[in-house]
Design a binder for this molecule. Structure first.
Ligand code: CP
Ligand code: NVA
Length: 304
């Protein structure tokens, strides 16, 4: 019996499989730019379930599926029975009986785990409160394109110990780099995950200590989707955790700056940094398309 493979966190794929995905994403990007048509998913359907807002994730999955010859179906929980309380298990059985692959953006991580457990087709986590693995595929691809392998490098994540931080932690293990995490007190990442990955991650409460001589600095919003009510409290707590020119100057001269976007200029990052020479944020965004095309093909065609 073959079991259906899912992509709920970076830990669902082996290190080799992740490297293979990056290689194939870089190749697909080159071919796409050269105008080559590649339609391995002709007549296939991706169901995209969104319980939270999105620009990059929706556009990249929908455009990507079309470019691969298939079709993407946008399902907002507001307009489906999911929003009226139909159980996840029932929804998973029904939706997966009609499509070839499912992508979900939701709140609790157990929702995607539960959906995947009852799905006959591969399920991709397109962001939960705990993880955002698709973003990391694009980010790892972007690093490789600019600087080559990330193995052995040191990366600093600045800010909230949130879904992005957790996925950077997983990436440290899977792609072989060390992750410094500079978080305000009370906003540290999950303690269980930190303990499991203690070999690959270090926690700091002073941003200056965390960024010295590192190869890459990344950050994220202070209040994530669903935390809008905490904006004011968080602005106080995160004071001193803005990535600005002084922070970038402590890293290596050729250090890159990444942000998954959307960004709040002059909050978690200065305008001069995000719009400056070391920033690769537009490449990260574009690479969502190419990395996820590689992921879709790998999962649907059973290449992983
Ligand atoms: N980075 C990211 O996932 O962006 P969206 O919320 O716009 O999809
Ligand atoms: N941490 C952010 C990431 C957005 C892509 C959020 O969850 O809102």
């Amino acid at each position: 019996m073959t079991t259906t493979r899912h992509f709920l966190t970076l830990m669902d794929f082996s290190k080799d499989e992740l490297q293979q995905l990056l290689t194939s994403a870089i190749e697909m990007k080159k071919d796409f730019k050269a105008g080559k048509i590649y339609e391995p998913l002709k007549n296939m359907t991706l169901a995209m379930i969104f319980e939270k807002s999105s620009t990059r994730t929706r556009v990249s999955f929908e455009a990507g599926m079309n470019q691969l010859g298939g079709h993407a179906m946008f399902l907002s929980s507001r307009d489906t029975q999911l929003g009226r309380g139909e159980p996840i298990e029932d929804s998973a059985r029904v939706i997966s009986s009609m499509v070839d692959i499912v992508m979900i953006r939701t709140f609790g991580h157990t929702i995607v785990e539960n959906f995947a457990a009852h799905s006959n087709v591969p399920v991709i986590n397109a962001l939960t409160d705990d993880f955002h693995p698709c973003q990391l595929l694009a980010d790892m691809m972007t690093y490789v394109e600019h600087r080559g392998s990330i193995q052995g490098k040191v990366v600093t994540y600045v800010g909230d110990g949130n879904n992005m931080c957790h996925s950077w932690m997983n990436a440290a293990k899977q792609f072989g780099f060390h992750l410094n995490m500079a978080c305000p007190k009370g906003y540290e990442p999950d303690t269980k995950l930190s303990a499991e990955l203690s070999e690959y991650v270090s926690l700091f409460h002073d941003i200056n200590d965390a960024v010295k001589d590192v190869d890459l600095i990344t950050t994220d919003v202070w209040a994530s989707m669903g935390q809008e009510d905490e904006q004011k409290i968080r602005e106080k707590a995160f004071k001193g955790f803005k990535v600005d020119d002084a922070v970038m100057a402590l890293a290596k001269k050729d250090a890159l700056f990444m942000h998954c976007l959307p960004a709040h200029r002059e909050e978690e990052v200065s305008t001069s940094v995000i719009d400056g020479k070391q920033s690769v944020v537009w490449d990260e965004a574009e690479n969502r398309l190419h990395a996820q095309k590689a992921l879709l093909v790998a999962l649907v065609k059973g290449l992983v």
